[in-house]
Design a protein around this ligand. Structure first.
Ligand code: PLP
Length: 377
């Protein structure tokens, strides 16, 4: 489905965010899972390559392989790793992908796949520190390390865990607990694998300089210009990040709605005076949420215009009455970003009752909507 709305990506801003983060912590493993939070993982990978970044974290095995095909030469961790058989292991070896090993079954699958064939697979090892999602509990780390050392068919190159509440300064006691379990696990693993690196902090942990120890931080959100510390006492730490995604939709009809007339499905809007309205070609099929929160708006030539009535599948209505100029059909409305008083992903997340991560994932999920000129090297 090739929609009329368009997702624009500002890779210069992406590079600027990357440099800002590298200034705080030089070793990074940028997270480009879920198609780089809706921005396009292949293109993000090319930008990381150009900037000389040595690590990247992708989502699925297929996504990681695509990142390798795109020309990223550094190490790639598969965050959503679920090794099923020898073929998966073979692909990891061939494309030099580091599966995130998080259960005993993974260790067995790798050992069996390589036992006869030979070879050693570099892996990322996940330890459970409080998220209770994926990973080996601290008590099993020594046994797993011994298994890996005895097998000789796998070599942990990086130890990984993920923080649950690094973005909330009021929860710092829990974060400290997670750090402590993490570094205990690191000490155990390093007895067997002294060269192994460590990676714990996400964007929030990185911005708050949670860890003074040497590690490779894994920022996602900040690369795309959003600040996970928004609304907290430490919001200032995310200053200077620039949005990467903007979304436009053309106005495909403008006309007058007479006083007393209603609008759209459910007749949820009734004009209390004559209004100039316009329909923009974006709707919930394009990831623009059908939500009725007050205050929703878009931007036309830098001026805010309120969203009125119900969002339809591919159309949304705007009240254009207050504009100081007369808009014309065919003109692009900025749904997200753009010049002037731009709508931010944070603001849209507030209307939708969610987080900016979901906003860019939702709006960026249709690759046919992406208006992304090819990268130059
Ligand atoms: C998504 C993810 C990150 C990045 O988190 P941000 O809050 O976007 O910086 C880091 N590590 C893991 C394991 C993740 O799943």
């Amino acid at each position: 489905m090739d929609p009329l709305c368009r997702v624009h990506l500002n890779w210069e801003n992406f590079r600027s965010n990357l440099r800002l983060l590298r200034y705080i912590s030089s070793d990074l493993m940028p997270v480009i899972k879920a198609d780089a939070y809706g921005h396009g993982a292949r293109r993000a990978a090319i930008e990381l390559e150009k900037e000389g970044v040595g690590w990247a974290a992708a989502g699925t095995l297929e996504e990681a392989a695509a990142v390798r095909d795109a020309g990223f030469s550094g190490r790639i961790v598969i965050l959503l790793s679920f090794l099923r058989d020898a073929d998966d292991v073979e692909l990891c070896l061939r494309s030099r992908l580091l599966p995130l090993v998080h259960r005993w079954e993974d260790l067995r699958v790798i050992h069996e796949a390589l036992d006869g064939r030979g070879g050693t697979l570099g892996i990322a090892f996940k330890v459970e520190t409080g998220m209770n999602r994926l990973g080996f509990p601290l008590e099993e780390v020594d046994r797993a390390a011994r298994f890996m050392a005895d097998s000789g068919r796998m070599r942990p190159e990086v130890l990984i865990s993920h923080l649950s509440v690094a973005d909330d300064p009021r929860e710092d006691a829990f974060t400290r607990l997670q750090c402590s379990v993490f570094w205990k696990s690191a000490a155990i693993l390093r007895r067997y694998f002294p060269g192994m690196t460590c990676s714990l902090n996400n964007t929030a942990g990185l911005l708050r300089r949670e860890s003074s120890r040497k590690e490779i931080c894994r920022p996602g959100l900040a690369l795309y210009g959003c600040n996970p510390l928004h609304g907290t006492s430490e919001e200032e730490r995310g200053r200077g990040l620039l949005p990467v995604m903007s979304v436009t939709a053309p106005l495909i009809s403008t006309h007058v709605l007479r006083r007393g007339e209603s609008l759209g499905y459910g007749r949820t809007y009734i004009a209390d005076s004559d209004r100039l309205i316009g329909w923009a070609a974006i709707g919930y099929a394009d990831g623009y949420r059908r939500c009725e929160a007050p205050g929703r708006s878009m931007c036309l030539r830098g001026c805010r215009v309120p969203v009125i009535g119900r969002v339809a599948m591919q159309m949304t209505c705007l009240d254009l009455s207050s504009l100081p100029f007369s808009p014309s059909a065919g003109e692009d409305v900025h749904v997200l970003g753009g010049p002037g008083n731009a709508v931010t992903a944070q603001e849209m997340a507030h209307w939708w009752g969610t987080i900016p991560y979901e906003v860019t994932c939702a709006l960026g999920r249709n690759p046919l909507a992406q208006d992304d000129p090819p990268a130059t090297r």
